[in-house]
Design a protein around this ligand. Structure first.
Ligand code: NAP
Ligand code: MG
Length: 487
């Protein structure tokens, strides 16, 4: 017998990306008024590689005094040349930043993978190219604001306080910063505690691009730093991406202050597969929907709704496909599934999966060796899930798929919409008319048809219900940063 008779036994040689290009520094300061500074009280935290638990660097922790200084720098810049500059001049800075990001994309991909645990394949082919695309897209808007449909002379809101999560660290920074800057606002950004490093390289890039001091300020730290920022009276607009729980707290905090606010929160998206769908394509879409980025995706297709007549066929094919995914070293170019971002997140995934067992759902997991160091969870399916199960209602934010079935399109819609969330949904069917009908019925900000997790800077993204409000991306993404003047 030749090797060709045993394709399943073929193994991959290791193909690690070199980590030297990340140029890690031992410590990173806060970026305030165009300078890198230590926290006023000297506080620091360590950021680790979740795939190895190795400490990568020390990062400053901004306290109330530092947030104060950052907001003051942003206020000063908001009244300075940045505001009086023409849109075309602002665009030059944004195009410059976009170009430098593209030039340094390999370095940023490696750094993102080290700090976050996501596979290099994803940071290199998905995150960083999207970061670049977002800056290019909004650079293009900067001199066209009067044609965006928000009146003849839309003005910036002022100082934006932006707080972002750890699942797409640099991409979430780009989603927040690019539209705010294109519209002439100034910003104080707080990255997530576990993934601050690419934001600090972005700060270096802003400094290299000669962005006027104070236009962008970056304050690293934990939840407390974010709390200071959103509560600060010098902030005119709050933009938050993160959990629904913290989003609710922020909304309570800004109520009655006159601050504008947009919230991009959690999700529990239904990925609906009809019996006429192309099964192999749908299986790829299910895998992409829930196992991309270890399922740390707010719009992940974490509830599979599959039509009963094809449920067995879809699940058999899905299990076969999952068995081919490669879990391990995120820097290896062949890795599909990387590390869970933190011990805390791993704990939450384990707890909710245990709840799934206890509620009587049936767990199936890929049989693979987990590395002994770092935080890992294998791709997991739960079948026999019913609507009332917690694993069908709560966001797990990990590589765990809950499978439910339906018989009729109406039942699919009812089940899909039976959620406190409404961020995204997927529909798999050959019928165009059914796609349009489903898109109309589904209470979700984004509905993907015969695809999933597809993003473009020109396309708005955002939720309904407990998934938040406000849209990011495209023309719609300008509005939260503009005082719309109808005169
Ligand atoms: P999180 O705890 O809400 O944290 C998000 C950000 O807020 C982090 O920078 C966090 O700092 C900061 N923060 C924590 N408490 C705060 C407070 N009281 N006031 C102000 N800021 C505070 O969420 P996470 O666990 O990092 O991220 C996962 C969640 O984000 C998931 O539920 C996911 O669905 C959601 N998410 C939504 C979207 C979307 O577009 N809708 C995108 C990505 C993620 P620390 O890092 O120090 O905790
Ligand atoms: Mg957190």
């Amino acid at each position: 017998m030749t090797e060709l008779d045993h394709p399943a036994e073929w193994t991959y040689a290791p193909a690690p990306e070199s980590r030297d290009i990340a140029r890690l520094r031992s410590s990173y300061g806060l970026f305030i008024g165009g300078e890198f500074v230590d926290a006023a009280d000297g506080a620091t935290m360590k950021t680790i590689n979740p795939a190895t638990e190795e400490v990568l660097a020390e990062v400053a922790v901004a306290g109330a005094a530092d947030v104060d200084a950052a907001v003051a720098a942003a206020r000063k810049a908001a009244g300075g040349p940045w505001r009086s500059m023409s849109g075309a001049q602002r665009a030059k800075y944004l195009f410059r930043v976009a170009r430098v990001l593209a030039e340094r994309s390999r370095e940023l991909s490696v750094l993102e993978t080290l700090d976050n645990g996501k596979p290099i394949r994803e940071s290199r082919d998905s995150d960083i190219p999207a970061v670049v695309a977002w800056f290019f897209h909004y650079a293009g808007w900067a001199d066209k604001l009067e044609y965006a449909g928000y009146g003849p002379s839309p003005q910036p809101v002022g100082v934006a306080g932006q707080v972002i999560p750890w699942n797409f660290p640099l991409l979430m920074a780009a989603w927040k910063l690019a539209p705010a800057l294109a519209t002439g606002n100034t910003v104080v950004l707080k990255p997530a505690e576990t993934t601050p490093l690419t934001a600090m390289v972005l700060a270096e890039i802003f400094a290299e691009a000669d962005l006027p001091p104070g236009v962008v300020n970056i304050v690293t730290g934990a939840g407390e730093t974010g709390r200071h920022l959103v509560a600060h009276p010098g902030v005119d607009k709050v933009a938050f991406t993160g959990s629904t729980e913290v989003g609710k707290e922020i909304q309570r905090r800004v109520a009655g202050t006159g601050k504008r606010v947009t919230l991009e929160l959690g999700g529990k998206a239904a990925n609906v597969v009809f019996e006429d769908a192309a099964i192999d394509q749908a299986v790829e879409g299910i895998v992409n929907g829930i196992f991309f980025n270890q399922g740390h995706v707010c719009c992940a297709g974490s509830r599979l709704l599959v039509q009963e007549s094809v449920a067995d066929a879809v699940l058999d094919r899905l299990k076969e496909r999952l068995a081919t995914l490669r879990l391990g070293d995120p820097l290896d170019k062949n890795t599909d599934i990387g590390a869970i971002n933190s011990a805390e997140q791993l704990q939450r995934i384990r707890e909710l999966s245990d709840v799934g067992d206890a509620e009587g759902a049936e767990r199936w997991q890929v049989d693979c060796d987990l590395p002994t160091q770092g935080y890992w969870f294998p791709p997991t399916l739960f079948t026999g899930v019913s609507q009332s199960h917690r694993i069908a209602r709560e966001e797990i934010f990990g590589p765990v798929l809950s499978v439910l079935t339906f018989r009729t399109p109406n039942e699919a819609v009812e089940k899909a919409n039976n959620s406190p969330y409404g961020l995204s949904a997927g529909v798999w069917t050959e019928k165009g008319s059914r796609i349009l009908w489903m898109a109309e019925q589904l209470r979700a900000g984004v509905v993907w048809a015969n695809t999933f997790n597809r993003f473009d800077p020109s396309s708005p993204f955002g939720g309904y219900k407990e998934s938040g409000f406000g849209r990011e991306g495209g023309r719609h993404g300008l509005e939260p940063y503009l005082e719309v003047d109808d005169g």
